[in-house]
Every structure is written in structure tokens, then in C-alpha cells.
Design a protein around this ligand. Structure first.
Ligand code: ATP
Ligand code: MG
Length: 376
């Protein structure tokens, strides 16, 4: 089976790594000449618009995407020619934070109090209403914390407006949720409506970018049922096919939803090495109409993102550590790889934490140990 992927970044690359053993071949459509998935399939250097896309994807049995900012109308057009999943509708809703929050709210999920902002007086009024601290975000095109401005006091209004006013597609002001932790629920839904959930992932972001994720964290088990009950109706309402991740805040009054990603997601990279069947393989199984794989964690799986550059490979000496280099040139703030360390359980993780020192710089290691010990 031939899979067309709009986007040729690390997510496309990991999809292909999961798909080759299933006998799949891949076409990646990406405008970047050095798209990092290219060594795993055919690379069509192209953007994601226009008639030539149909030609670029010729012969593909399924079409999917690894990038949330592919134009939704492109997917709609492709649907006339190809079997496309996830749907243009799911993608389109996820591309606008306001629509996304409306979907969650309409299905009974708690979201951060928020308001659409279109001008300076609107920002002042929204901040007066929602209060500080708050976050001003672009409604569209944000990722890895880009397109966000944090407001701590009303005086931050003016610099926030100056920085964000030109964003195309409008702005949204969100109350800053006083979370005790962040987590993410990754689900996969088949073409026949079968849904499987991975164990909740405990996540840690810094400056809006995911740094660490722990799959199968024991302390999150008590939230699993609530999270699944909240996310399932969203999958049903969208008639969703494929893998999806929903990011959640854990607060003293329960779960508050942040956003959804209608694709494979960084928070679930641990499933490659730490779950029976990875999110990548399950995404492909779902869109290819194959039986879904088991989503259970095989132990405690800690994922560390490599941001900017790869660390020393000395960490490969740690038993149970799996290395994933994306083949990307180093650049500040860029996700260039990750490692997943899989151990039997969280007590082994705590006991062996010091061994991970070589896998990161001293600051990152300090952040990791501080985070892991924060919930205990
Ligand atoms: P990504 O696509 O990488 O998940 P993003 O750029 O779409 O990120 P968000 O997920 O909205 O942005 O925000 C990134 C991080 O910023 C969140 O994981 C969280 O740590 C923090 N954050 C965002 N919105 C809020 C909020 N309303 N209250 C508290 N923290 C928030
Ligand atoms: Mg996010």
C-alpha cells in the first residue's frame, strides 16, 4: 500500500519507519529540499496547494498529513481523488483555537476561559474580563509555543498588542490555567469506529515547547477514565480516523482541555519503544483499515526531546535507552531528535535517573529531575 504524506518532517519519517514493516511505501510532499523523511520514500518538493498535488500523489492508496498547518481546503480537494484521513473537518477545527474550544465546550469539556480579540480595545476589554495572568495567542498557525505572548500584569497589554497585532487570522486571549501538571491523551480510531486509548502521558513544557514526556505514569491512572470519557465523544462527533492527541491540564478541580492535534504527536513518541504498538503504526493501521494494535505501555517510558542539537551518544550505554535522530541540521529551538528510556516501572526510573546525565546538558538534567520529583 502506498501512503501519501503531506509534510516530510520527523513525524512523517517516524510514520514511514513504522509503515515499512507493514509493507507500505511512502510519498512525502514537502517544500523543503532537505525534508528529513526523504530518505524513507519518494520526496515531492512542493507546497500543499494547487492541482499539481494530485499529480504528486498519483498512485497513493491513502493520503494523510504530518503537519497541522496544511491548508484544510487542500485536504477537501484531495478527498475527491484520494482516501484521506484524518478528515479535512478535523484538521480545519484544530487550525482555529476558537473553533477548537467551541467543539470541546459543546461536548462538555472544561476549557480555559477565553475571548476572541480583534483590536486593541478588544484586548483591553478581554483582559479586564478574564484577568491576569493570561496568554494572548494567534488563533491559527501556532506550534511549539510560537505565536504566544504571556501577560502577567495589565501593563503587558501594550507590548502584547504591538507584538501580536499583525498576526493573520486573529487572536485569542486565554486565562492562564493554574495547572498542577500537564498531560496528554492519545487515541486511535478505526474506520469502523473502534477506539483505543494509550495510557495518559505526563508532559513537561518549557517556553511552550515539549521537553519531556512520561508514558504510563502511575499517578495519572486516576485520570484515565475521565480523560477517555471526555475525548471519546469528540472522536465520534468528527467521525475521526487515525491517531489523535488531546493536551490536558490537570487542575485541582479536574481536567481542563488545552488543544487537540489531529495527527501523530510528540507527546506520544514514547509509544515507539514503550508501548505494544506505537502511535505511528496505529495511525497507519487505522487509515489503511487494518486491525488496530494494542495500546498498553510495556513499562515506564521517559521521552526526552533533543532541542537545538543532539547530545553525546554516550547515553546509549544506558540499558533500555532508545535513540531517535531525525537527520535534521542543528538549529536553536528545533526538535532534532529524542531518546526514550524504557524501564520496568517508575521506581526503576527514579533509581536510574542519574545515568541519563550524558543524554542532556546540565540545565536540562536539572529540569528533568525537578519535574520527575514534583509529583513523586
Ligand atoms: P504545541 O503545538 O507544541 O502543542 P502550541 O504552540 O500549539 O504548542 P499550546 O499547546 O497552546 O501551544 O501551548 C503551549 C504550552 O503553553 C502548553 O503546553 C502550556 O504549558 C502553556 N499554555 C498554553 N495555554 C495555556 C493556558 N491557557 N494556561 C496555562 N498554560 C498554558
Ligand atoms: Mg500544545
Amino acid at each position: 500500500m502506498r501512503i501519501g504524506v503531506l509534510g516530510g518532517g520527523q513525524l512523517a519519517r517516524m510514520l514511514a519507519l513504522a509503515g515499512h514493516p507493514l509493507g507500505m511505501s511512502f510519498v512525502f510532499v514537502d517544500p523543503a529540499a532537505d525534508a528529513c523523511a526523504q530518505s524513507l520514500g519518494q520526496h515531492q518538493i512542493s507546497d500543499w496547494s494547487g492541482e499539481h498535488l494530485i499529480e504528486a500523489l498519483a498512485g497513493c492508496d491513502r493520503v494523510t498529513f504530518d503537519f497541522e498547518n496544511v491548508p484544510a481546503h487542500t485536504l477537501t480537494q484531495l478527498t475527491d481523488h484520494f482516501n484521506v484521513a484524518p478528515s479535512a473537518k478535523a484538521l480545519s477545527i484544530s487550525q482555529d483555537r476558537l473553533d477548537e474550544k467551541a467543539l470541546f465546550h459543546d461536548h462538555g469539556m472544561a476549557v480555559a476561559p477565553h475571548a476572541a480579540v480583534s483590536d486593541r480595545p478588544g484586548l483591553l476589554a478581554a483582559l479586564a474580563d478574564l484577568g491576569c495572568p493570561a496568554i494572548l495567542k494567534t488563533r491559527r498557525m501556532g506550534y511549539d509555543g510560537k505565536g504566544q505572548y504571556r501577560l502577567d500584569t495589565p501593563e503587558d497589554c501594550e507590548p502584547a498588542w504591538q507584538t501580536m497585532a499583525e498576526a493573520p487570522g486573529g487572536l485569542i486571549l486565554e486565562q492562564r490555567v493554574p495547572f498542577t501538571a500537564e498531560c496528554a491523551l492519545t487515541a486511535v480510531r478505526s474506520q469502523h469506529g473502534e477506539v483505543r486509548f494509550y495510557p495518559l502521558t505526563w508532559t513537561h513544557h518549557e517556553a511552550g515547547i515539549l521537553r519531556f514526556a512520561l508514558g504510563g505514569a502511575r499517578w495519572l491512572e486516576s485520570f484515565q477514565h475521565q480523560a477517555e470519557a471526555q475525548v471519546r465523544p469528540i472522536l465520534e462527533a468528527l467521525g475521526y480516523v487515525g491517531a489523535m492527541t488531546v493536551e490536558l491540564f490537570v487542575t485541582e478541580t479536574g481536567l481542563v482541555v488545552n488543544e487537540m492535534a489531529p495527527r501523530v504527536h510528540n507527546s506520544a513518541h514514547w509509544t515507539i519503544d514503550g508501548a505494544v504498538c506505537s502511535q505511528f503504526e496505529n495511525h497507519l493501521r487505522a487509515i489503511a483499515d487494518l486491525p488496530l494494535g494494542a495500546t498498553a505501555a510495556t513499562g515506564a517510558a521517559l521521552m526526552i526531546n533533543f532541542i537545538g542539537q543532539l547530545p553525546s551518544t554516550d547515553a546509549l550505554a544506558v540499558p533500555g535507552l532508545h535513540w531517535h535522530a531525525y537527520g535534521k541540521a542543528p538549529r536553536p529551538g528545533r526538535k532534532v531528535g529524542h531518546a526514550t528510556w524504557v524501564v520496568d516501572d517508575e521506581s526503576s526510573l527514579m533509581a536510574g535517573l542519574d545515568g541519563l546525565g550524558p543524554a542532556m546538558d546540565a540545565n536540562a538534567f536539572q529540569a528533568l529531575t525537578g519535574w520527575i520529583k514534583s509529583v513523586g
